[in-house]
Write a protein that binds this ligand. Structure first.
Ligand code: SF4
Ligand code: SF4
Length: 306
């Protein structure tokens, strides 16, 4: 068990993952009241899928019958390759390159295939922000880090700019110790600096006020009360991670798929505002931005321009 676990972690590193831990599969019942309270207050905004099947989301068995372990990976997406033209609409770092769902799924598939070659009885299921599972809770269980006040998992070495992926397995492995150390101490910087006061006091977010949700998940136009706070953001918001002292040592990611193309990095405000549907598909078809409707994206650009 110990050897296999070590080999899985080594293989994950070879595949480019920055972090890998293993959690024992169990029902995460302690999260139920927190989720229910969050939903009852309407903090999930229009993401109705989050209000459905809560017991299912707490139980890995619902995704993989016989699940015994959750392998949790972290992939750094921090980038210093910022957009180059001042005053241009701003895209969140996580959307600089190719859709992370595709990049991470492909790496996790390779990892699972490799596990199956050494353990022929292995059955597994991959998730990347794609299934009803509490990925952040599993990241904590697997020792990757503890949630900051901004609700995002903070790792001592990497910081918080990393994607979480999981493989549920029917194998017993050696388990990591769940993270218990609060990285925030007395700091409240993210709460104080969130432009729309979207961060609640219990490490949850009010999605109705969060720019990330309003520019990505929100289907319609951004409510006018939030437009003055967009500060040029048209897709996502990194503010509560940028101000976090735990990201002081964030390093450029080593995943070329996440790099912004020179063409996008060099676009000025007028080019963004005049993007045709064809250009949108050509430039962002493979990026997470391509999941948005063209009309919504152009509406965000207009809103961010004030
Ligand atoms: S992503 Fe932006 S708007 Fe949302 S909680 Fe963080 S700082 Fe606030
Ligand atoms: S900014 Fe401060 S309070 Fe917020 S997540 Fe980072 S350390 Fe925690």
């Amino acid at each position: 068990m110990k050897l296999l676990t070590e080999d899985i972690k080594k293989k994950a590193e070879e595949l480019g993952f920055d972090l890998c831990g293993v959690a024992k599969a169990r029902v995460l019942s302690e999260y139920e009241p927190v989720i229910k309270e969050w939903i009852s207050k309407g903090f999930h905004d229009k993401m109705e899928y989050l209000a459905r099947d809560i017991p299912k989301r707490l139980n890995p068995e619902a995704l993989l019958s016989g699940a015994k372990s959750i392998v949790v990976t972290g992939l750094n997406y921090y980038s210093e390759n910022r957009q180059k033209v001042p005053g241009s609409p701003i895209v969140s770092r996580y959307a600089y390159g190719i859709d992370y769902h595709d990049v991470i799924s492909s790496k996790l598939k390779k990892l699972l295939e490799w596990i199956k070659t050494v353990e022929t009885e292995a059955e597994g299921r991959i998730t990347v922000d794609s299934a009803p599972i509490l990925e952040k809770a599993w990241a904590r269980e697997a020792g990757l880090g503890y949630p900051g006040r901004n609700s995002i998992i903070i790792n001592k070495t990497v910081g918080s700019f990393f994607f979480i992926g999981t493989i549920l397995l029917n194998l017993e492995l050696e388990y990591d110790i769940p993270a218990e150390e609060d990285p925030c101490g007395n700091c409240r910087k993210c709460i104080e600096e969130c432009p729309t006061h979207a961060i609640n006091d219990n490490r949850t977010i009010d999605a109705r006020r969060c720019i990330s949700n309003l520019t990505i998940e929100g289907r319609g136009a951004i409510p006018s009360e939030f437009i003055p706070y967009l500060e040029h953001r048209i897709y996502g918001c990194d503010k509560c991670q940028e101000v976090c002292p735990r990201n002081r040592n964030a390093r450029q990611n080593k995943t070329p798929e996440f790099y912004m193309s020179d063409e996008i990095a060099g676009m000025g405000p007028a080019e963004w505002r005049n993007l045709s549907r064809e250009q949108f598909l050509k430039l962002f078809g493979k990026s997470p931005i391509g999941r948005l409707k063209y009309e919504k994206f152009m509406g965000n650009i207009e809103a961010a321009a004030g």
